[in-house]
Design a protein. Structure first.
Lengths: 304, 228, 178
């Protein structure tokens, strides 16, 4: 009985009351959305770093295949964008293969990312295509990309060509994600700090907003108490108003977060990392919906 | 009426707010069907006395008995129940919830007691004509004139069939004609329904409606000199 | 206008403080109560004569010499009793009551009697009368009811003065001592 009465009282309060509830909802929405972003940022960043892993392949990388290969990664620029080129030469029938690629391109073969393929078709050969000599035999799948629009290609060479090239490495395995780099720790601290700095002011904001129309509220609850409401009933009525606003705001924030995340996934360089984390982050955001406590860093989980 | 046990008694009531004493040993009694006026200058402790008698405040020492049962030490739930069912309140301002229409304000004690909305509102409807409030049930408190609002407060005080009504400056914000109406209503109700009414006031014309009068100063009874 | 009874008691009160000559008495009266209505010499002597006949005042001594004002008056024991009775008995509400009340308050303060208690008793009397009038008003015809209202408002005004006076007794007492 108290809840419907409480809701009716809350909404009947006129402009003042509605304004207060709207502000509380907005505060809750902003807080929840930002909180979710910061909590999922860590995994996203981590995943981003993971996806970069295969670029970091060196001769010290742990073996992932029986046979070795030669490997030379080069980054240069085209029209203001980074273009990554990896020259490879298999030294056996079963060399290490980067993610997103069915097999290592052989001499005269090239595997490119979808964006690079597109770009190459539209641009004169001597500006871009000539850096990737060979026949395009396939595209790099999503697992091998860090962003949808990444420009990366793998060029197949003969072992002799690479042996003669300075800087080529003999690798036994592709660098796998899972090897932590010290930067993760730094990011963790940074993001915890940001979460606290966001949540703190939002909580204060919500608390201040409850002071809007406080006098009227006092009067209202004095009247209710005088009419014989127990402390519990009075508290329930008071809480209903705040709760309704905060619930609405939380839902709003959650939806806002999901919407914004979709945008990020399709457009930014964090895109691929965001996409693949969708399953875990949905679970996680469900759990954090009601969480207003200080942000604790979530342990990293490998992408499922 | 005299000789029978009083309906409500307060004995040896003391109450302080921090270092300031508000009540210094108050003795009081009210019979059923009697109107008692408590007079005194501001700061004499009249309102504190009322709050202690009505169970809104717990006295520091002393006892309050209703029909022989002690009520000053009851837990909050019991005291709230008393406020809903045995006591009625008419205060100077602010006893109507600004957001609810007048009819629901009158029905509020019943609603808080768990009665269904329809039944409670129907009961409230019956009271409106008795207090000259016909047709005003859907107005918000802010849309009522002072006298109408106080009469609505009286309706709310009476709806649960209380045995005592506590009025703290019920006419304080009213003009003289509305004040007369309100006091007439209270006195008539007291007689008709055998309700005890305690009116705290500093206005002599209001106190003149009472059967008995007690004057306070500095937390004590100064008139009559003997215990009433 | 101060009722003659009030004038008599005012003079009695002044005599209680000290024996005085008629002239001296008039001066004292004027100083304390003259703002309300100054007293004529003839009135003073007439009142004194009446008080003497009633046994409340006696001649304490006669000065030798010429002139009418050679008698010194003093208050008798009966006079003191009567004065006390008058001071402590509340008055019924009436128009111009406040001058009588004022006289009582001043006399009480001057003689060290409990002025506050007198005022409290007076308030109780007023309130009792209000109660009777309010009860009488119920069931009265509208015309009579208005008349009763008129009385009630006046009594209420008296009560406001009484409350006010109670709060100002300290200041008044200090002024009277000068």
């Amino acid at each position: 009985m108290s809840v419907p009465l409480g809701i009716r009282i809350a909404f009947a309060g006129g402009r003042e009351s509605v304004a207060r509830m709207a502000l509380m909802a907005v505060g809750a929405a902003v807080g929840v959305a930002l909180l979710l972003f910061t909590l999922t940022a860590m995994p996203v960043l981590q995943r981003h770093i993971d996806r970069l892993a295969w670029h970091r392949t060196t001769e010290a990388s742990r073996p992932t295949a029986p046979d070795p290969a030669l490997w030379l990664a080069v980054t240069d620029r085209y029209a203001g964008r980074d273009v990554i080129r990896v020259h490879v030469a298999a030294l056996g029938p079963r060399p290490p293969v980067p993610p997103g690629v069915a097999r290592l391109p052989g001499p005269g073969e090239v595997v490119v990312s979808p964006a690079l393929g597109e770009l190459m078709r539209t641009v004169p050969d001597d500006q871009l295509r000539n850096r990737f000599p060979g026949q395009v035999i396939g595209t790099i799948g999503p697992d091998g990309l860090i962003a949808p629009a990444e420009l990366v290609g793998i060029v197949g060479r003969t072992p002799r060509e690479l042996h003669a090239t300075h800087g080529a490495l003999e690798i036994r395995g592709i660098e796998q994600p899972g090897k932590r780099i010290s930067l993760a720790g730094f990011y963790r601290v940074l993001i915890s700090l940001v979460a606290v700095l966001i949540v703190g002011p939002v909580v204060v904001f919500v608390a201040m907003v409850t002071r809007v129309g406080a006098a009227r509220r006092e009067q209202r609850f004095t009247a209710i108490r005088l009419a014989g409401a127990t402390r519990l009933q009075t508290a329930a009525l008071a809480a209903t108003e705040t709760a309704a606003a905060v619930i609405a705001g939380t839902l709003l924030g959650w939806l806002g977060f999901l919407a914004a995340r979709t945008v990020v996934a399709t457009t930014s360089r964090w895109g691929m990392a965001s996409r693949s984390s969708s399953k875990t982050s949905r679970r996680r955001s469900g759990r954090c919906c009601w969480c207003w406590s200080r942000c604790r860093c979530w342990p990293w989980r490998p992408p499922s | 009426m005299s000789g029978a046990t009083p309906l409500l008694t307060g004995r040896g009531l003391h109450k302080s707010f921090g270092p300031t004493p508000a009540l210094r040993g108050m003795d009081l009694s009210v019979d059923a069907g009697e109107v008692l006026a408590v007079m005194g200058p501001s700061g004499s402790g009249k309102s504190t006395l009322l709050h202690c008698l009505a169970g809104i405040l717990a006295p520091d020492s002393g006892e309050v008995t209703l029909d022989g049962r002690r009520v000053d030490q009851l837990p909050d739930r019991e005291r709230s129940r008393l406020r809903r069912t045995e006591f009625g309140f008419v205060f100077q301002f602010g006893q109507l919830v600004p957001e609810l229409p007048m009819l629901e304000n009158v029905a509020l004690p019943l609603l808080l007691g768990g009665k269904g909305r329809r039944a409670a509102v129907a009961a409230a409807e019956e009271w409106l004509p008795r207090l000259g409030l016909d047709g005003l049930g859907h107005r918000l408190p802010g849309e009522l004139a002072g006298g109408q609002g106080q009469r609505a407060a009286i309706a709310r005080a009476l709806i649960a069939g209380p045995r005592l009504v506590f009025a703290d400056e019920p006419t304080g914000s009213l003009d003289s004609v509305a004040a007369d109406e309100v006091m007439e209503l209270l006195v008539t109700t007291a007689k008709d329904e055998r309700i005890g009414i305690v009116v705290v006031t500093h206005e002599p014309r209001v106190a003149a409606y009472a059967d008995r009068r007690v004057t306070m100063r500095d937390g004590r009874v100064v008139q009559p000199a003997a215990v009433p | 206008m101060l009722g003659s009874a009030a004038i008599s008691y005012a003079l009695l009160g002044l005599l209680e403080q000290a024996d005085r000559h008629g002239y001296d008495l008039k001066q004292s009266y004027d100083r304390r109560f003259g703002a309300i209505r100054p007293l004529r010499f003839g009135q003073v002597y007439r009142t004194l004569a009446q008080l003497q006949r009633d046994g409340l005042v006696a001649i304490a001594g006669v000065e030798a010499g010429a002139g009418p004002d050679r008698k010194r008056y003093s208050i008798t024991a009966e006079g003191v009793t009567d004065l006390e009775r008058w001071l402590s008995e509340p008055e019924d509400p009436q128009p111009q009551l406040q001058t009588v009340l004022f006289t009582k308050v001043v006399l009480a303060l001057q003689s060290g009697r409990p002025a506050e208690a007198f005022l409290d008793d007076q308030r109780e009397r007023h309130l009792a009368v209000m109660r009777e009038l309010t009860a009488a008003r119920r069931g009265a015809a509208p015309g009579d009811s208005m008349l009763i209202d008129y009385q009630l408002f006046h009594i209420e005004a008296d009560l406001r003065w009484i409350d006010h006076a109670v709060r100002r007794l300290g200041t008044l007492a200090a002024e009277l001592r000068r």
